[in-house]
Design a protein. Structure first.
Length: 324
């Protein structure tokens, strides 16, 4: 049976606050409070996004630590963390700490990011944008080695460690969800992404794929695992989907359009209805349910849902009713 996760509006809280006091109140109500609400409604996990400079929002691992203390058992995911913007030793230390504090609930989704705003973010932080993929591969090696708890020696192109140890492992080694964007069934994955999946993927978290594209991509993921000597079933097939539920499809599309205009200022706007239908599920509950059924038939087992509408509580309630 599919599992459902909810993306907490950490960026929305920042965008909707004019001062520190308002943001503090929104953080309590719209981040921590909504995490509690999602758990009570039966969601299996809550997730947060990441950005340091490009799209200002709460720092993800700190946020999840606060959410961990306010919830009981819900999974704590990043969709997605951009770890290459940090030092891998700090990443290993923070993720292991969060997993320990939460009793083994971390679900670590990672990506490298794309777009002109993200490229500028990398340059501001001093990480060459063109190196982000190669750095990610080394960072995942370093982090997973350090998760072992013992001393680590590592001699890579970008990172070097000698007898380094964070001193303890995570409570239970977190699942690593590797984020991808488009997938061409004829071309397959670029070789570096395929190798990354084979080496470190225990979850796959693409965005903006149709059910048919997803099914072909999942087949390629499982082939990469098998070629690496791993079980083809050793990965959680997930997807990140934008959703607005409204009996009036035009109203749902308009809500999504306004969300994207405020959220992705670097995009060309306004987005057409056709383009919106390509990147999310917007409309009546029955139509959204049919789309989710199609993704489940394509192999999705974990859905990470972002509501691209201002009424997060109403969307949570309607979606929970839908999946029941």
């Amino acid at each position: 049976m599919p599992r459902f996760g909810y993306l907490l509006p950490t960026r929305g809280s920042v965008l909707g606050s004019d001062d520190a006091g308002t943001l503090a109140a929104k953080t309590a109500a719209d981040v921590v409070g909504l995490a509690r609400r999602a758990e009570a409604l039966g969601f299996s996990s809550v997730w947060v996004g990441d950005s340091v400079l490009a799209k200002p929002r709460h720092e993800p691992l700190t946020t999840l630590a606060a959410v961990a203390s306010a919830t009981d058992a819900v999974g704590l995911g990043t969709a997605v963390h951009l770890p290459v913007l940090r030092d891998p030793v700090h990443v290993a230390h923070q993720t292991a700490t969060l997993d320990q504090l939460s009793g083994g609930r971390l679900e670590w989704g990672v990506g490298v990011g794309s777009g002109t705003d993200v490229e500028a973010e990398y340059e501001e932080i001093g990480v060459p944008f063109t190196e982000r993929g190669a750095r990610m591969d080394e960072l995942l090696d370093v982090v997973t080695d350090l998760w072992g708890g013992g001393p680590v020696d590592y001699d890579g192109e970008f990172y070097r460690l000698e007898d380094a140890s964070i001193g303890f492992p995570p409570a239970s080694e977190p699942r690593i969800y590797l984020a991808t964007s488009g997938f061409d069934p004829e071309e397959g994955f670029p070789r570096p992404i395929e190798d990354r999946i084979a080496a470190h993927g225990t979850g796959w978290l693409p965005i903006a794929l149709s059910p048919a594209e997803y099914e072909a991509g999942l087949s390629a993921v499982r082939s990469a695992l098998a070629d690496a000597g791993r079980s083809p079933d050793g990965i959680d097939p997930a997807i990140y989907l934008d959703v607005v539920i409204d009996d009036d499809e035009e109203r749902a599309l308009d809500a999504a359009r306004r969300f994207y205009e405020g959220y992705y200022t670097a995009w060309d706007h306004p987005l057409s209805d056709e383009r919106l239908r390509e990147i999310g599920e917007f409309g009546a509950a029955e139509a959204v349910a049919a789309s989710f059924d199609a993704y489940a038939d394509a192999g999705v087992e974990t859905f990470v849902v972002r509501f691209t509408a201002p009424d997060q509580r109403g969307q949570l309630r309607r979606f929970a009713d839908l999946v029941r």
